[in-house]
Design a protein around this ligand. Sequence first.
Ligand code: PXL
Length: 449
Amino acid sequence: MEKKVALSIAGSDSSGGAGIQADLKSFSYLGIHGVTAITCVTAQNTQQVRSISKVPVDVIEHQIESLFDDCSIAAVKTGMLYDEEIVKVVAKKLSEYHVKPVVDPVMVATSGNALAHHTFVSSLQQYLLPRSLMITANIPEACILANMEIKKQKDVQQACKKIFELGPEYVLIKGGHLEDDIVVDILFDGKQFHTFILPRIPYKKAHGSGCTLSALITGLLALGESPVDAVEKAKYIVWSMIQQGYSPGKGSDVLNHSSAIQIPPLLRSNEKFSVWLELKTAIETMVSFLPPGCIPEVGMNFVYARPNAKTRNDICAVDGRITKHKERPSLCGTIDFGVSKHVASIVLAAMSFDTTMRSAVNIRYSQKTVEICKKIGFAVGTFDRKDEPPTAPSTMEWGTKHAITILGRVPDIIYDTGSVGKEPMIRVLGKNPKDVLFKIQKLVSAPVP
Ligand code: PXL
């Protein structure tokens, strides 16, 4: 078995949330073998940094040499370098080995304690940034490096340009410190600004997110991703790790590096990402409450179309099924665009009548369920497979259009009672996954007649 090797030159965080510890966990998450050169040992917990002890520079040098003399190192990141002496030796060694690192300009811990000596910033600017591939700075770090105030998005772009002048090939400024419901990160490649937007995760101050992001970017570069793709994927992974974070002490939360995270397809457009995320969230919610008796023999799919969807490629769905596992509903597969046939045709057919009806899920048929739907006031549509003309392009498309035409509108559910070898089925339709979930919730909590 072969594994890529990535190197982190950084400080040790005794609390295990940031520094070398976070970097190794991040590499491991990506299936990469992480190697390390430790620059400082911090004594800290989730509340405070109690002390910082520098590792002697000759020891730092020996660590780097031993690794380059032996391993084929695919990518390198630097974290806490603390002061000029360490920055200089790291810059010297990396240029000897002709490696350009991803630089996380660590200055302050999440707890607010300083992690850098006053000689750090100027030496970083002078020795390391001219030889770096990418710098990943948060807003306070970017303000110091660009020597300017950053208050608005426009300032971020200007700061990117100023930091780019210091020599890195890519400048990433993370917008987490700007107040907003969304977090906007900007990557500048010297010509173009690439924007990455994710919803803010409220009430979480996650220790180690900067280290983890830069380690994941480094790891993804080691795996052969382009810098822009590496940033997009790494951002999403960190976001999910923060969302699933936990608190090992009395202070800040740490990231959950060992959670199962589904990396989204490269969505590029924020509109596609929102569709993907809304669907994923709804599926996770549905799986948590759905009685397993609602799952049909063939399993379920839950889909959500982009606005004005025209083809199956515009429809996000489960590449696989939602099925029963140990008597509980379980998502088996990943969520992606262009992977559903049946339920996607239902939504496309519904959208040809009403473009706002963009989501659907199939559930197990029973006559009782149809009766409950009628009782709680759902608009109910139906079709009979026997009526399908032989020229119809697909049963789902024909059946959906047929049911809608008869009713004169897109119903809340469309059912059919099946035929030989075809399981009877109910499809719940709605404007978006939340709307569909709401209907399912209403249905499963209604009294059985
Ligand atoms: O998150 C920045 C960071 C980097 N490196 C070490 C740290 C921290 C934050 O606490 O302890 C060693």
